[in-house]
Design a protein around this ligand. Sequence first.
Ligand code: GDP
Ligand code: MG
Length: 160
Amino acid sequence: FLPHLMAALEQVDETYIMVKPDGVQRGLVGEIISRFEKKGFKLTGLKLFQCPKDLAEEHYKDLNAKPFFPKLIEYITSGPVVCMAWEGVGVVASARKLIGSTNPLQAEPGTIRGDLAVQTGRNVVHGSDSPENGKREIALWFKEGEICQWTPAQEPWLRE
Ligand code: GDP
Ligand code: MG
């Protein structure tokens, strides 16, 4: 029983992180990738990509009844984005913490949005909100063969 419980707690998750068009235009790509890289998560997918409208609509389908939905789709398709897949124990919740609140004015200093943005409609980065959505979004944004399975040399220095 206990080993099973421990294994469940140690479950490796994946999350979809995206530098939005404002982050790319403002030259924040390296800074944003660095936050996740330095934390110790594993990068498994990375590309610069011009998002088509139908993909943006599918990605944000849960928000399609919101008044800001058309503006959101216009924003996400307004220029290239940087798509990333990150893997690790607890990566989904941890990435949300590193990103900070949706409204950058309410995001804590030290978070990406808290440090680098001022408005909800220009909040520079996306992160999946659950392990299920992490899987769904990575499958949506990446093709087979674009995700790399590899073992970082630093792994034994990150986890005992
Ligand atoms: P997130 O998970 O923190 O990114 O927030 P949500 O899933 O609630 O919303 C998705 C994205 O829609 C946000 O990151 C914003 O870019 C955008 N958004 C959410 N609420 C608003 C709003 O009230 N106005 C505008 N313009 N955009 C919004
Ligand atoms: Mg969300």
